[in-house]
Write a protein that binds this ligand. Structure first.
Ligand code: PLP
Length: 489
């Protein structure tokens, strides 16, 4: 083994020994990925991963170098052909955006610059500030509000809820913990709220029993009278209600809670009002929805994902907080090693670590910055409107089919439906529809996902796909019927 002296006489680096080879391969990679995206429609929507690939991906850690061209061949053989498929025009599973070629290139530039967007006087910090200002413009939040880019809706929601928890009680929850509050700290959302909120409440030490899941009406919207009853009952029991969460687009059906009425209740009981608009908040840019979603502008905080309905490459979400001081005081921490200076590299904007849980952060803002410049916000609004129009069209197609049933009226970009035949039990229908979903995916036809609504298995199409076309939905309908007919007992 070499000693220190020998090591220093023969220093190494991880830069390529042959820059020209790296340059050539880099160009090839860009060509290949652009070809891949350009022709993605010709690919199946999903492919099974072969056993050989799964075995290959269990190999032990490489001890010695492999040629970069070989590594790239491995990528092309084992990784690229088996994506989840969310770049495909017939992918509508969960809620996943599609990405764009320019977004991909922006990711490469961000990785090349490789800044840590935690603190300091460097361009990435200012790009993020500008992107946050653009996010405020999209949501019509005041200039004085604050925000942070995070990995996604889950982090955006927990960030906002931590601010709410620390701000609403008037106690120093950061130091004393939730035990400083009177009774239990309680918060309220509908039963349709995304599971990440429950997880956030658990992580925050509040305990999921204190997340009051308020029942919904037949349209899956929170029942206001039940909410008020729950708040009153907590007050009577000596608890500390602190936050109401409204959904701008529920994950199951895309329904929008009665946001105005939630605002009134929050004001009446002096509660923090947070809106989870992971995808739905962005529909605010569509004229048909701007009125319905206007209340977002008056909420204390809003969470939304740019990797969902802004089609940015994963990951990037955003949270905006109306009261910047409350935001900062929930997270600020200024150890000596992170001190800001008046000049030099350690000057710069307020460190982002004062606004969120993370310290080290990548340059997520660049893909947002470049993509918004590439298309302009109006094109995004048009794409969102197109997705909504497609969802309504799919709803109509389903209603026209005797053997399909819409399980809830379409209200935004999510369509829940099932194959149905008279004489079949609910159990049989659930089994057939689950088979249909798996077959659609396995045959590479389309990738919807699923949910259960009122005990009924639903084929769920969440459309945040800028590549989908009208005929993709027509094919989905005819293929659902074809598969359903085949699966009849
Ligand atoms: C309404 C809603 N909230 C929160 C989330 C979680 O977002 P993420 O997956 O980006 O963490 C989702 C994800 O689909 C969602 O639909």
């Amino acid at each position: 083994m070499k000693d220190h002296k020998e090591l220093l006489s023969d220093e190494i680096s991880l830069d390529p020994p042959d820059w020209e080879e790296m340059r050539g391969l880099g160009h090839q990679m860009i060509d290949d990925m652009l070809d891949h995206l350009q022709h993605i429609r010709k690919e199946p929507s999903w492919r099974k991963i072969p056993a050989e690939t799964k075995e290959f991906l269990k190999e032990n850690i490489p001890q010695l170098p492999l040629a970069i061209s070989e590594i790239y061949e491995e990528f092309k053989k084992h990784i690229l052909p088996y994506p989840s498929g969310n770049t495909h025009p017939r992918f509508w599973a969960w809620v996943q955006g599609t990405g764009t070629p320019f977004g991909m290139l922006a990711e490469m530039l961000a990785a090349g610059m490789n800044p840590n967007t935690a603190l300091g006087e460097h361009s990435a910090m200012y790009v993020e500030q500008q992107v946050l200002n653009w996010c405020k413009e999209m949501m019509n939040y005041p200039d004085t509000s604050s925000g942070i880019l995070v990995s996604g809706g889950s982090m955006a929601n927990i960030t906002a809820l931590m601010v709410a928890r620390n701000h609403q009680t008037g106690k120093d929850i950061r130091k004393e913990g939730v035990r400083a509050a009177k009774g239990n700290m309680t918060l309220y959302c509908s039963t349709e709220t995304h599971s990440c909120v429950e997880k956030a409440v658990e992580v925050m030490g509040i305990g999921s029993n204190s997340l009051r899941k308020i029942p919904v009406d037949e349209s899956y919207r929170l029942r206001i009278e039940e909410l008020e009853r729950a708040i009153k009952s907590d007050l009577d029991a000596g608890n500390t209600p602190f936050c109401v969460i409204g959904n701008a687009g529920t994950v199951n059906t895309g329904e929008i809670d009665p946001l105005d009425e939630l605002l009134s209740i929050s004001k009446k009981y002096n509660l923090w009002y947070h809106i989870d608009g992971a995808f739905g908040a962005l529909a605010k840019m569509a004229p048909e929805y701007s009125g319905k979603l206007k209340t977002i502008e008056e909420a204390d905080s809003v969470a939304f994902d740019l990797h969902k309905w802004m089609y940015m490459p994963f990951e990037v979400g955003c949270v905006l907080i109306r009261d910047a001081a409350a935001h900062r005081s929930a997270f600020s921490s200024e150890p000596f090693y992170l001190m800001n200076h008046e000049r030099g590299l350690a000057a710069g904007p307020d460190p982002m670590g004062n606004y969120g849980l993370e310290l080290s952060r990548g340059f997520k803002a660049l893909k947002v910055w470049m993509s918004l410049k590439e298309h302009g916000v109006q094109k995004y609004a048009a794409a969102i409107r197109q997705n909504i129009a497609q969802a309504f069209y799919l709803g109509e197609l389903i209603e026209r089919e005797n053997n399909l049933e819409l399980l809830t009226p379409v209200s935004l970009n999510i369509v829940c439906y099932r194959y149905k035949r008279a004489g079949l039990s609910e159990k049989q229908l659930n089994r057939i529809n689950k088979e249909i979903v798996m077959s659609l995916q396995e045959q590479g036809i389309a990738s919807p996902s699923s949910t259960v609504l009122g005990g009924r298995y639903a084929i769920r199409v969440a459309n945040t796909n800028h590549r989908s076309r009208k005929e993709d939905f027509e094919d989905l309908v005819s293929e659902t019927v074809r598969l359903g007919d085949r699966l009849l007992p």
